[in-house]
Design a protein around this ligand. Structure first.
Ligand code: AMP
Ligand code: GLY
Length: 432
């Protein structure tokens, strides 16, 4: 198969790396890709949300199968458009990508399907939202309905903070139309984990569990980011809990959508809060997690491309995935200043040395080759906030962490920043 992967981050690098090893894959392209993906796929200079150009490319290059990384393209309807052109593509249609694109859609679906999630109310005008806040005790969580690049959720410690968040979204339009409608929900306490599955509309195959680290600094301090590291499996997700999440979250959602006549094909990602009262859903995503995917795929022994093709064909019954039992840790190496202002254009050194390490793989996120924008030279240059995902397997979680940080310490660029504690929560939990 000739495969096109859409996107340009560490997740897409991991997807390309895994798909390229499939015996079913004869050629792989990535649009637009990055400086590391270039090693495993041919880069195509088309942005991930430029659906017209992607269709044109897929037709001209006889692409047999397309895999979409980022949510924006899914929510914009890339799958519907490809399907209309007779092109095979992995992911949910626009109506179903609303499970990520509209938090109100997701919450209403959960309510209908009986999925455990925080109590919530929906508001379309600020006066009633402010009135409601006064009747609730803090902390409260204010969420913009639409996509906000991971910034649309505010945990408010007081009613006053909730009022500020509401005004910011609904009056000052900080997120444009995405914040025109909001959800106010109860705050849940516990430990977060990610459960990612592949669905063919009726059948589901789960990927290994994982855990993300959203804050920029050690000890979960500082502002939220797109994710500073991940590990798989997540020890908080015991076998019993995994089964419970499949039975109370994943299957009810897939069944409800199927009985609505909307079979969900693609990745369903459930962000779970494991509370004292059991697992609750914080959010759904319609795609592979980033950086969770980077920590999950090195453990996957089966053919991911086959799994995705079977999902599109409605053929996942009796298919399962085999896993390397060893844990995997992925540390994000970022540009100093991220998630706020940061510089680009730093030369990255040390990756050749790292490439000779066993059980270590470096997925690139914000890198490009060359000295300047127009240059196609061979230097590797930083081009984004999250730059690299240094990823390692180990016989146990501590060994995976040690292997990973050993590699991280061999890499250098000016003002690089990374968390020193990725995986440590997993180690302390595994020891309990
Ligand atoms: P979401 O985009 O809905 O996953 O929210 C982003 C992050 O906000 C989650 O990963 C949680 O850390 C936090 N969050 C969202 N909803 C809640 C909630 N009801 N209670 C506590 N934390 C939450
Ligand atoms: N790691 C969180 C996400 O992919 O949304």
């Amino acid at each position: 198969m000739r495969v096109l992967v859409v996107g340009s981050g560490g997740r897409e690098h991991a997807l390309c790396w895994k798909i390229a090893e499939s015996p079913k894959c004869s050629k792989i392209y990535c649009a637009p890709g990055n400086g590391g993906i270039k090693r495993v796929a041919d880069l195509v200079d088309i942005n991930a949300d430029d659906i017209d150009s992607l269709i044109k490319f897929a037709k001209a290059n006889r692409i047999d199968f397309t895999v979409v990384g980022p949510e924006a393209a899914l929510v914009k309807g890339i799958v519907d458009r490809f399907q209309k052109e007779g092109l095979k593509i992995f992911g949910p249609t626009k109506d179903l990508a609303a499970i990520e694109g509209s938090k109100i859609f997701a919450k209403k679906l959960m309510k209908r399907a009986g999925v455990p999630t925080a109590n919530f109310e929906v508001f379309e005008n600020i006066e009633s939202a402010l009135k409601y806040v006064k009747t609730r005790s803090a902390p409260l969580v204010v969420k913009a309905d639409g996509l906000c690049a991971g910034k649309g959720v505010v945990i408010c410690k007081t009613q006053e903070e909730a009022a500020v968040a509401l005004k910011n979204m609904m009056i000052d339009k900080a997120f444009g139309e995405s914040g025109a409608k909001v959800i106010i929900e109860d705050c849940l306490c516990g430990e977060e984990a990610s459960i990612i599955v592949i669905s063919d509309g009726r059948n589901v195959i789960p990927l290994a569990s994982s855990q993300d680290h959203k804050r920029i600094f050690d000890g979960d301090m500082g502002p939220n980011t797109g994710g500073m590291g991940a590990y798989s499996p997540a020890p908080v997700i015991t076998n019993d809990l995994f089964k419970k999440i499949m039975d109370t979250v994943v299957y009810p959602v897939i069944k409800t959508l199927a009985s609505d006549g909307m079979p969900y094909k693609g990745v369903l990602y459930a962000g779970i809060m494991v509370t004292a009262d059991g697992p609750f859903v914080l959010e759904f995503n319609a795609r592979f997690g980033d950086p969770e995917t980077q920590a999950i795929l090195p453990r996957l022994k089966s053919d991911l491309l086959e799994a995705m093709e079977r999902a599109v064909d409605g053929n996942l019954a009796d298919f399962s995935l085999a896993w390397d039992p060893r844990p995997c840790v992925s540390v994000v190496v970022a540009s100093g200043g991220y998630p706020n202002k940061y510089e680009k254009g730093m030369e990255i050194k040390g990756l050749n040395e790292v490439s000779s390490l066993r059980d270590v793989v470096v997925f690139h996120a914000g890198t490009r080759r060359g000295r300047r924008a127009a240059d196609t030279g061979n230097l590797l240059i930083t081009s984004g906030g999250r730059v690299l995902n240094v990823t390692a397997l180990g016989d146990d979680m501590q060994k995976a962490i040690d292997n990973c940080y050993n590699a991280v310490r061999m890499i250098h660029f000016d003002k690089m920043h990374y968390r020193r504690d990725i995986g440590s929560r997993g180690v302390s939990r595994a020891k309990r």
